[in-house]
Design a protein around this ligand. Structure first.
Ligand code: SF4
Length: 467
């Protein structure tokens, strides 16, 4: 065992008359470095004596200061060390790490960023000017819904009762995605996906052809007799829920209060089936943050823990280019404490996280707050495509129904041919060349993080070889 030592023992006045303090422990192996003296002396720690594994472990103790406590933290197969001053209690570490680590386990989901570095083959194809399949597609399965959330973006995009992509077209499209090498599809956007009865078969088929799937749903009309198909084959299911009690549910989702109970029971049952069968599907809740649900944040954070879901994420509300939802981003400034408190409910098995990057846009200058981007060109659409619930393809959700950017219809053409064809690439080129992202686009669109990454890649700083 190494002993604690006193800093004072290491205090000295050097040969120039200046006070110096080292933290070399008294029991550290030392050696003299002949010739070159440091400002202290020419005595240094003999690192060669610390090379075997056991001694390396001991070296954690070597530079422990007086009264300092060492906390070993393990996450996965990593062991980390946190040094605590005398009397200091372990505190949550500031989020300085962008990836998951023992200090930052919530980042295992990376809600507030992108994962483009894991798809560099597509990035290189793009850099070489080749044609390539999207990495991910967000896709609506219907253009109508059974609730009426007061923040719903889809409302500005012609929701139409009864309109949905038809079963044959959907399954053919899934097969084409498999052939093309699309890596994931999220049944997200436009109307409620569970209103399309082909959802369940599409999920099963996607797994068979090697595509990861996910879904965002209000959860009220889930066919629980197909729960095993969903949980066995999907990567994640996210419940759109911006309330923690039935009164908030009625207010924000404009649905009957008794539906809150129905949803909670569905989620509880899915959690049970998942756990019993050890299915890998992640189950989470997502709140779209608007002033009308500020009072629901903590209630929902507690509800998520009680239900046993894997996460509760809180995101900003994306307003349209005409700001038809009327979001004042300054309103977010007053709720930071509540969001932090909600995050403190995280445990090893339950992540509560706010998407700070976008919520904090409220403290940006008026220019950025109102939609100005930190890049000038949108290159993201061929990597992250969005398809409307009626089977029509556009480069992105905010451009649904803008005929200039219409690419094709899955009822009329195969997706494989569309991606290999001229029109598809002409539209992406048109987006990159003619869209003014500062004025023509929704605030903080889905491709925003990806666009920032691609912009940096396209516009390198000087001296890039000095990494
Ligand atoms: S930046 Fe504009 S064009 Fe590009 S994906 Fe976002 S909304 Fe669409």
């Amino acid at each position: 065992m190494m002993s604690d030592h006193s800093q004072d023992k290491n205090k000295d006045v050097n040969r120039f008359g200046y006070e110096t303090t080292t933290s070399i422990p008294e029991d550290a192996p030392l050696k003299r470095n002949p010739g070159h003296k440091l400002r202290t002396s020419n005595v240094i720690v003999n690192r060669a004596a610390l090379t075997d594994e056991k001694q390396l472990l001991d070296s954690y103790k070597l530079d422990r200061m007086t009264g300092q406590k060492i906390q070993f933290v393990s996450e996965g197969n990593q062991i980390g060390v946190i040094r605590l001053s005398e009397g200091e209690e372990p505190a949550p570490a500031p989020n300085q790490f962008t990836g998951p680590s023992y200090r930052n386990p919530p980042q295992r989901f990376r809600f507030d960023g992108h994962k483009m570095m894991h798809h560099l083959d597509r990035v290189m194809a793009w850099q070489k000017g080749e044609r390539f399949a999207p990495i991910h597609i967000d896709m609506g399965l219907t253009k109508f819904c059974n609730t009426a959330c007061i923040y719903c973006y889809a409302v500005v995009q012609n929701m139409t009762q009864g309109t949905m992509i038809q079963r044959d077209a959907l399954l053919r499209y899934i097969d084409d995605c498999g052939r093309l090498g699309v890596r994931s599809i999220g049944f997200i956007g436009d109307g409620e996906p569970t209103l399309n009865p082909a959802l369940y078969d599409a999920v099963v088929r996607a797994k068979e052809v090697g595509i990861d799937t996910s879904m965002a749903t209000n959860g009220l009309l889930l066919d629980m007799s197909r729960a095993h198909d969903l949980l066995k084959n999907m990567s994640w299911i996210r419940f759109n829920l911006s309330a923690g009690d039935s009164e908030g549910f009625r207010r924000v989702h404009q649905s009957k209060e008794k539906n809150f109970e129905l949803l909670v029971n569905n989620i509880r049952e899915l959690v049970r089936i998942k756990k019993e069968n050890n299915y890998p599907c992640t189950l989470g809740l997502q709140m779209v943050l608007i002033p009308e649900c500020f009072d629901q944040v903590l209630k929902e954070a507690k509800l998520g823990a009680e239900l046993g879901v894997d996460y509760f994420v809180i995101k900003h509300c994306s307003d349209s280019e005409y700001k038809e939802i009327g979001i004042q981003y300054e309103d977010y400034l007053g709720i930071e404490d509540v969001l932090k408190e909600a995050e403190s409910y995280s445990t090893a098995d339950y992540v509560v996280q706010a998407k700070w990057n976008k919520i904090n846009a409220a403290s940006e200058s008026a220019l950025y707050k109102n939609g100005f981007r930190k890049y000038d060109v949108c290159h993201g659409t061929p990597f992250l495509l969005q398809i409307s619930g009626n089977g029509k393809i556009y480069p992105c959700g905010p451009f649904f129904n803008k005929e200039r950017f219409y690419i094709g219809d899955l009822h009329e053409e195969s997706f494989y041919d569309i991606v290999m064809g001229e029109r598809y690439w002409a539209v992406h080129k048109d987006v990159a060349e003619s869209v003014d992202v500062h004025k023509d686009c929704a605030v903080g669109c889905r491709q925003d993080y990806v666009n920032k990454f691609l912009w940096d890649l396209k516009n390198p700083p000087e001296h890039i070889n000095f990494i």
